[in-house]
Design a protein around this ligand. Structure first.
Ligand code: NDP
Length: 478
């Protein structure tokens, strides 16, 4: 355990306030103490980024490639160490932590390549002897605000494109999980990131985050987190004419039709619903099941859910790690209590007392629910899912779309016709056929519709839209 400082202008800056980073699998295990910056720290970071911005925007694609590729390689080489840190601070299982670290590595390496592949358009003008060029430029200083649930992958998929396209960065990770972001900052520093190009300011959203969102010199904000905070950030950025990208909640539907193969459907539902302790914005929380397969599905889902091993994230036998903290566990338990008054039956969902003091919860299935219930309208963000019985495909589709969210959606069916119809008519940014709603590739766009997302998509080549601005130049050569 030691003190972990903010990184500002290429220097680790000590501060008055630090906060302990506590392991949710074992609250006696303190990972370290991490700086609790304030608005003044943001001001220093902005000053450093302002001084570095123009040189970084003019840096060669090769220089950006080299930095991002080196960080990607280092993440892969140290995946066990970072996977373990992730499991300790967030509570994902060690296997999930290592998998997420590898994802971060792949993201850095993908955007290393994108730094070399930047293209523009050269077009003929509608006027004689005039050429028109459309080129992309960095947006400037970008503020990245990240949540606790993917503490290495989400910072990676914001930092890597921001740097690849020539922007300077200020990152504020979630207060609950600063460790992985601090580790990425160390890698950037060790691999020659110029001072001021990447700055880490840890601290509370209400102070550090708010100071970033309202700072006039931070020209763009990329945020992932809750709907409430996202709406507030959108309002402030709208007033300030600041570019903004928001990834928020989901109430993702997974449809299971009568013709589904249960040996595919149940594992897909189990994974999408409970893995990563259900703490994924793409988790399946509404299992919409056609009447003919409903009882068999519920019986098999219950059997497999009850066989899942909940435990310490570092225990190799654990399949479901702890909930991230006491506040989130209390919120889950409140929803489970609500489910007892709304659903016909609640299976599982109790708080578990294991060997170590941690935030353990048995996965929960709410059976006999309808889509108007609060448990089916609000994001719970824990290992809990509802089953909603429907008469046919049309009702399944209508229920799936009857939500304010639109992030991910899935269908399990052996009918190509139903799968095609679902893909076309579902109001979601991502759609899965015979696959869990969670678990995506890193080289294609990520994001949703309706209340789930706002602004340009993240990841893959689509990330260029947010992290660059377009310039149209006209040249008369007559
Ligand atoms: P928040 O939206 O509060 O947090 C996300 C990030 O925003 C954190 O870094 C947070 O800082 C920061 N933040 C908070 N307030 C402000 C502000 N005024 N200005 C700028 N930044 C701010 O979500 P929580 O982590 O509190 O989680 C609450 C709920 O959000 C969960 O129960 C879940 O339902 C949902 N959630 C959804 C996620 C998703 O991927 N869709 C991810 C995480 C949460 P700080 O760490 O200090 O709070």
């Amino acid at each position: 355990m030691g003190k972990h400082d903010n990184l500002i202008n290429g220097t680790w800056v000590s501060f008055d306030n630090y906060k302990d980073n506590v392991n949710p699998s074992d609250t006696n295990d303190v990972i370290g103490s991490y700086s609790y910056g304030d608005a003044g720290s943001v001001e220093q970071a902005v000053e450093a980024a302002r001084a570095a911005q123009s040189a970084w925007a003019d840096s060669t694609p090769q220089a950006r490639y080299d930095l991002l590729d080196a960080v990607g390689n280092a993440l892969a080489a140290r995946k066990e160490e970072f996977g373990r840190l992730l499991a300790r601070e967030e509570g994902k299982t060690l296997a999930e932590g290592i998998g997420e670290t590898m994802r971060a590595s792949q993201v850095f390496k993908f955007f290393a390549g994108e730094a070399l592949r930047q293209v523009g358009d050269l077009q003929a003008s509608v006027r004689p002897a005039v050429d028109v060029e459309v080129t992309r430029e960095p947006v400037g200083i970008v503020g990245l605000i990240t949540p606790w649930n993917f503490p290495i992958a989400i910072p990676a998929w914001k930092i890597a494109p921001a740097l690849a396209y020539g922007n300077c960065v200020i990152l504020k990770p979630a207060d609950l999980t600063p460790g992985c972001s601090h580790a990425i900052a160390e890698l950037l520093q060790e691999n020659g990131c110029p001072p001021g190009v990447f700055n880490l300011v840890m601290g509370r959203g209400s102070t550090v985050g708010e100071a970033m969102v309202t700072h006039p010199d931070i020209t763009a904000i990329s945020f992932t987190g809750s709907v409430g905070t996202g709406n507030h950030i959108a309002e402030v950025c709208g007033k300030m004419k600041k570019k903004v990208q928001l990834e928020m909640g989901g109430k993702n539907p997974m449809v299971v039709l009568n013709d589904a193969d249960l040996s595919v459907a149940v594992p897909a539902c189990l994974n999408g619903t409970f893995f990563s302790t259900g703490q994924r914005c793409t988790a399946s929380s509404r299992l919409i099941v056609e009447a003919g397969i409903h009882d068999e599905f519920v019986a098999e889902m219950t059997r497999q859910m009850q066989a899942l091993k909940v435990g310490d994230a570092l225990d190799p036998e654990t399949q479901i790690g702890p909930v991230v903290d006491e506040k989130q566990l209390k919120s889950n338990l409140d929803y489970i209590a609500l489910a007892k008054s709304e659903a016909d039956e609640v299976i599982g969902g109790e708080r578990l007392d294991l060997d170590k003091p941690g935030f353990y919860q048995a996965p929960a299935l709410f059976v006999g629910t309808d889509n108007s219930m609060r448990i089916n309208r609000e994001e719970i963000f824990g290992p809990c899912a509802s089953v909603i019985k429907v008469a046919d495909f049309d009702e399944a589709l209508a229920v799936a779309n009857d939500t304010e969210f639109g992030l991910s959606a899935g269908i399990c069916t052996s009918s190509l016709k139903s799968a095609r119809e679902f893909k076309r008519r579902i109001e979601a940014g991502m759609v899965m056929v015979n696959l869990p709603t969670a678990g995506v590739d890193y080289h294609v766009p990520f994001g949703g519709r309706k209340g789930s997302s706002f602004g340009a998509r993240e990841q893959g080549r689509y990330a260029v839209e947010f992290y660059t601005t377009v310039k149209t130049s006209y040249v008369f050569a007559g």
